[in-house]
Structures are given as C-alpha cells and as structure tokens.
Write a new protein. Structure first.
Length: 328
C-alpha cells in the first residue's frame, strides 16, 4: 500500500512592462557573457533582438501598426525562450563554478527556435537542470551543481539527490522514469551518509504535454493556470505508480514542471505560465517513516512557495488571435 501526497505551489503572476523586460533580459545576457562566452553568436542574441524590437515599437507608440521581422510564431518562441533564460539567471546570478560554466556552455550551444520533441537537444536538457537549481537557490536552499548527480540539494540536514529528465515522448516516459530511479539508486553510494540520503525525480513535461508549443488561452490568469495545472495533475495521476513502487524507498517522490506560452484574453496579455506539482510516496506500514517523509516534504514545499518561481507576464502588441491554439 502506498500513501501519496500531491502539492501545488501557489500561483503568482508578476507583471512588467517592455522597458523592465528589456532590462531584465539585458542583465541575464551579460551574466552569460561573464563566463567568457561570445553570447552574440548564440541563440540568446536572437532573443535579445526580438525583445529590443518590441521595446522600440513600444517606445515609439507603433506596436499596433508594427511590421515585425519575425512572424507571430517565431516571436512567441523567442519570448518563451527568453523567459527561461531570465529564470535561470534570477537564481544563479551570484554563483560561479567551473561546473556551472560547463553547463552554461551546453545551454548556449542550442539552436535558435524551439526544437521538435524528436530532436536531440542537450542544451534544453541542461537548461531544465539549471532552472531547477535556480528555483532551489531562490528558495534559500544550498545547491551543488556537480558531477555526482544532476543536482544535489542540502535540506534539513540531508543530501537530496535530484535526477532531471525532460520528457518528450509518451512511448518512452515509463523507461525514462525507470532509468532516473536507477540513477538515483546508484547516486546514494556516493552520499556522505548513504542510508540517510534521499532522492527525488525532477520531470519536465513541457514538450510531452505540448509538443507543438501551442498557446494556452484563457479569459483570466486563473483560467490559464487551471488549464496548465490539469496537465500536471493528469501526468502525476497517470505515472505516479512508477516512482511509488520503486524498491529503494530513499527515492521519495517526484517534482513535475510544465511551462507553456499563454494568453490571458481579458487583458490581451502574453504570459509564460510555469506550473509545478510535487508528489511524494511512502509506505503505509511505517507510521514513523510517513511522518518523517511527509513532514520534510511539507517544509520543502513551504520554503519553495515563500520564494516562488516568477511567472513573467507582459502585454503584447501583435494580434493575439492569430496563429494560436487552445490546449485544453
């Protein structure tokens, strides 16, 4: 028998204007440059050009009549990727290490434009690891970005090993989860105290749930959030048995993330919606273990909720009803 608990992090919409958006991205852009890379030759420059073009039209008052160099779909992709870059920067801005520099070099190697789920794309895989590291550091947690695991988070006196998987194929999801659990089992051997170590899966379902990167539409921010949350809930319901039945009970659950470009119709607002679900598992036959595991999960959830990942929102001046799809 398995007891499960699912936690939903609170929704928090952060509003900004084009000038602030440009300044935020400029800071992130220069932070990536500070590692010694020629960022002007990477996809980050393409995103910068897109934002700069929007800002210029905004300042000139020509958004409603502007003819952009990129079509609507390319703008959405660029702004979505830019939001991801800013989220990475926000939590890691004061961190420098050779391991981080190596991961950033991989992130910068990605091609412009969101690749299809069938493409080999290590740059976005590593970006997901850094997104999670950024979220944890913003929550006040100490994070090790090293070779022993995708991430190691130190929380409440324990080593929490994190295996990150960006899921892209429904046919391979079961195997990817199984492989991640095996990797966690192997990681515990390197822990300072193997018996006390714990592990968690971090699963991105962004490409799995929305392979064509369609816009999710809703009349209000709450409606958009609910639509995105339904995908997280459905994934957990469908696959939670995979991590709940693992033989190694040091692997205590899964963190599921889904990001999607969205439009709040009542405000003609383009937004990147980031939704997270946490699902843990523990044996019913051991009450002390249940209390130990769920108590720490609640504390971790509270700590992350107090410093939520920002959801970047800004009004767009292009025709929002063009080339969009409603992902129900």
């Amino acid at each position: 028998m398995i007891q499960t608990t699912a936690y939903e992090l609170k929704s928090d919409f952060i509003w900004t204007n084009y000038a602030n958006l440009s300044a935020q991205y400029e800071s992130a852009y220069h932070w990536f440059e500070s590692f010694g890379f020629n960022v002007a030759l990477t996809r980050l420059r393409q995103y910068k050009d897109c934002i700069d073009e929007l800002v210029a039209h905004y300042q000139d008052g020509t958004l409603d009549v502007a003819r952009f160099r990129r079509d609507f779909a390319h703008q959405v992709a660029a702004l979505s990727e830019a939001a991801e870059i800013m989220r990475i920067h926000r939590g890691l801005v004061d961190l420098y290490s050779s391991e981080l520099k190596e991961k950033i070099s991989v992130v910068l190697s990605g091609k412009d434009g969101r690749p299809s789920p069938s493409d080999f794309d290590p740059s976005r895989d590593i970006a997901f690891e850094l997104l999670l590291a950024s979220l944890c550091r913003r929550a006040g947690l100490h994070v090790d970005i090293g070779a022993q695991a995708d991430l190691i988070v130190y929380f409440a006196g324990i080593e929490l090993f994190v295996e990150c998987k960006r899921l892209k194929s429904s046919g391979k999801t079961r195997k990817r989860i199984k492989d991640a659990l095996k990797q966690l089992h192997a990681r515990y051997k390197s822990a300072q105290s193997p018996d006390a170590a714990r592990g968690i899966l971090a699963l991105s379902i962004t490409d799995l749930a929305n392979p064509k990167h369609c816009l999710i539409t809703g009349k209000s921010a709450h409606e958009v959030s609910e639509k995105v949350q339904r995908h997280v809930d459905a994934f957990i319901s469908r696959h939670q048995q995979r991590w709940q039945e693992t033989a190694d009970k040091r692997s205590i659950g899964a963190f599921v993330e889904f990001s999607a470009p969205s439009i709040v119709e009542s405000k003609n607002l383009f937004t990147m919606c980031h939704q997270v679900g946490i699902n843990n598992s523990c044996q019913l036959g051991n009450p002390r273990r249940i209390c130990w595991e769920t108590g720490r999960t609640r504390r971790l959830k509270r700590q992350m909720t107090e410093h939520p990942g920002s959801q970047l929102n800004f009004a767009i001046g292009v025709q929002c009803d063009h080339s969009r799809a409603d992902l129900s």
